[in-house]
Design a protein around this ligand. Structure first.
Ligand code: PBG
Length: 346
């Protein structure tokens, strides 16, 4: 680092003397287009259902989804990402790729409403659709064989997520979401090879234009708690540590990112955001594609809960957290505050 003349010649406070000065020298800027709004859409409800652990967030009806979508688009957010809450669940998550499944219906509505004027994304996973709540197809744990064939999986006593059987499901879901109008599909299940399987399915299905935003470095995090209420997808047993990343690991995140790019990911994501800012920075420094970060449900809930008690200044904390995620290197931030924050930026 260059050494300067030092104090009293150098006085960094000079550049902090007014709001205008601080604005001019700000190194990181938030823009509405950098923000993506995650939205939950639930089948068979007649009014939006509030999510108790996420004040201000609801499970949408089709109508309220469209309305909230308009508000987000008018505020200038970069895009919307959809999560479905189906009425019926089964072992293979059949509703996930049903053309009449809740996300597909919602995508068709949003696409005909918005065309290409915003970016429509769909979370591509099975956990919202399976009766066991895991992100893939479960098989009895054999204790032998490679992980891909139902070997040791760590998904729960006696059960493992079969990696390769799950890939076939993901390929079908990608086709259903693409056919329904998704601009980008966002695989979040952390199966090995998922990006490649989805890319080849999309290409052979005539959806070469549909991109993949890969949740590449998705950690087995306690910050997803409120989401599992919102999406009604808590695992019935076991946890996701057999497929999601272990929080202590950084090099492993870079490996996951490299594999996803090799398989054709158009953009990569780190998730959660605030507890993984170092991972965001390292990924940003390593790759030449857009990097997204997901400010997840638990990050949202913590701030809302503390603010509701008057313990923190809600708006300032929201802006500060979003700014820190951008400063760490994220080009795109998924946030439940996307619409509100975008409005404030005008
Ligand atoms: C999986 C998925 C999850 C989230 C996004 N996609 C849940 C999980 O992995 O348990 C969490 C998002 C959040 O907490 O806001 N489909």
């Amino acid at each position: 680092m260059r050494t300067g003349p030092g104090f009293p010649i150098e006085r960094p406070r000079r550049l902090r003397g007014s709001a205008a000065l601080r604005r001019m020298v700000a190194e990181t800027r938030l823009h509405p287009a950098d923000l993506v709004l995650p939205m939950f859409v639930k089948e068979d409800i007649t009014a939006p259902v509030p999510v108790p652990s996420m004040p201000g967030v609801v499970q949408h009806t089709l109508d309220s989804l469209l309305k909230a979508g308009h508000e987000a688009v008018e505020a200038g957010v970069g895009g919307l990402i959809l999560f479905g809450v189906p009425s019926t669940k089964d072992g293979r998550g059949s509703a996930a790729d049903d053309p009449e499944g809740v996300v597909q219906v919602a995508l068709r509505h949003l696409r005909s409403e918005f065309g290409d004027s915003t970016v429509l994304m769909a979370d591509l996973c099975l956990d919202e659709y399976t009766d066991h709540g895991h992100c893939g197809i479960l098989v009895p744990e054999s204790g032998t064989g490679p992980a891909g064939t139902g070997g040791p999986g760590g998904s729960g006593p006696g059960w493992a997520v079969d990696n390769d059987a799950t890939l076939e499901r993901y390929a079908d879901i990608a086709l259903a979401q693409a056919a329904a109008g998704a601009h980008l599909v966002a695989p979040s299940g952390m199966m090995d090879g998922q990006v490649g399987a989805i890319r080849s399915a999309l290409d052979s299905g005539g959806f070469g234009r549909v991109g993949i935003l890969a949740y590449s470095a998705k950690y087995a995090s306690a910050f997803y708690g409120p989401f599992r209420d919102a999406a009604e997808c808590a695992p019935r047993f076991g946890d996701r540590s057999g497929y999601q990343q272990d929080p202590p690991n950084l090099a492993e995140a870079l490996r996951e990112v490299r594999l996803d790019l090799d398989e054709g990911a158009d953009a990569v994501m780190v998730k959660p955001a605030l507890a993984y800012l170092d991972v965001i920075r390292r990924v940003r420094d390593e790759v030449d594609v857009p990097v997204a970060a997901y400010q997840v449900s638990g990050e949202y809930a913590m701030v809302e809960a503390a603010a509701a008690r008057g313990w923190i200044d809600r708006e300032r904390v929201i802006t500060e957290t979003l700014t820190s995620i951008r400063r760490a290197g994220a080009d795109i931030v998924l946030s439940y505050w996307a619409t509100e924050a975008a409005r404030r930026l005008h």
